[in-house]
Design a binder for this molecule. Structure first.
Ligand SMILES: [Fe+2]
Ligand SMILES: [Fe+2]
Length: 298
């Protein structure tokens, strides 16, 4: 039996998270210098995590083109992150609908919703400042999500939230103190990492609470939902249109990225912490393991 199954424990965690939220709260409109020009010669994300790194296509790019591609890929990641945050805000609002608003647990869920609205504005403003096209998930994913988000709930909802939050968190943590990355990206990442740490704590404990004592059929169902949603999220992070920014056909660029062992390793690295946790919770296992492998998440 998990040590955190009682309402008291849930309230105690929410109280701590509310205190931390009041102490470390960032308004990107005033915290970030949006007028600073980019530093010439600095990439927007580490080259080794750019999807084409190590491929023949990469070898053919000039240094300027590599920096340009790094800009478009990080902007795509933020734009898809924004899309997921919009979904998350709707899930959180629906979640609170059934809770007692006097509880710290409900109030923390609302606080998280507030954090995500600021993050989404921050990501939107970053894309605008970088001057990139509108990036997002594939059209079909966008449309399926319109309906799917109404059905999501329980541990797989929190697990899907964690996959989105923890994979991007791993990348952002690696960049936030790296002097070789554009200062604007570092500043955005730093705010996001600090505030997301609380969200991860909240969602992880909900997964633990909901998975303890779950029967076989429910566990299988939540395994499938978690695997499919995680696949869609990770596979959407790079909008193939980014490749056009450096003169590469989007279909050619996407195919090269998907078969690139460096990119596959980068995905596994991003997912390392969260997949370990989900395995421990029984949410990765059995036939669904194939989906996680195909997504290069394990
Ligand atoms: Fe966020
Ligand atoms: Fe979050």
């Amino acid at each position: 039996m998990s040590a955190i199954t009682t309402v008291d424990d849930r309230e105690a965690l929410a109280d701590r998270l509310l205190t931390a939220s009041a102490r470390h709260y960032y308004d990107p409109a005033t915290e970030i210098d949006w007028t600073q020009p980019p530093v010439p010669g600095l990439p927007y994300m580490p080259f080794e995590h750019v999807s084409l790194y190590g491929t023949q296509l990469w070898d053919q790019l000039t240094e300027e083109q590599r920096i340009e591609l790094s800009k478009h890929e990080i902007a795509s990641g933020m734009s898809v992150g924004l899309w997921f945050e919009l979904v998350l805000m709707q899930l959180l609002a629906r979640y609170v609908y059934d809770l007692d608003p006097r509880s710290a647990h409900a109030q923390y869920a609302l606080t998280e919703l507030g954090d995500e609205t600021r993050h989404s504005i921050m990501f939107a403003r970053t894309a605008d400042t970088l001057g990139v096209p509108r990036y997002g998930p594939p059209r079909l994913t966008h449309e399926i999500t319109r309906l799917a988000k109404m059905a999501l709930g329980g541990p797989s909802m929190f697990a899907a939230i964690l996959v989105a939050e923890e994979t991007t968190d791993r990348m952002q943590r690696a960049m936030m103190d790296d002097e070789n990355i554009q200062p604007l990206i570092r500043a955005v990442n730093r705010i996001h990492v600090i505030e997301e740490a609380r969200h991860v704590r909240f969602a992880r404990e909900e997964v633990e609470r909901r998975m303890s004592g779950m029967n076989f059929a429910s566990r299988e169902l939540h395994r499938w939902v978690t695997a499919v949603v995680s696949y869609l999220i990770i596979d959407s992070l790079i909008d193939p249109k980014v490749y056009a920014a450096v003169g590469i056909d989007p279909r050619v660029g996407r195919a090269a990225a998907l078969s690139n062992p460096y990119h596959q390793a980068s995905r596994r690295w991003m997912a390392e912490r969260i997949t370990k946790f989900l395995r421990g919770q029984g949410l990765i296992g059995g036939p669904t393991t194939v989906i996680w492998r195909r997504a290069h998440l394990i």
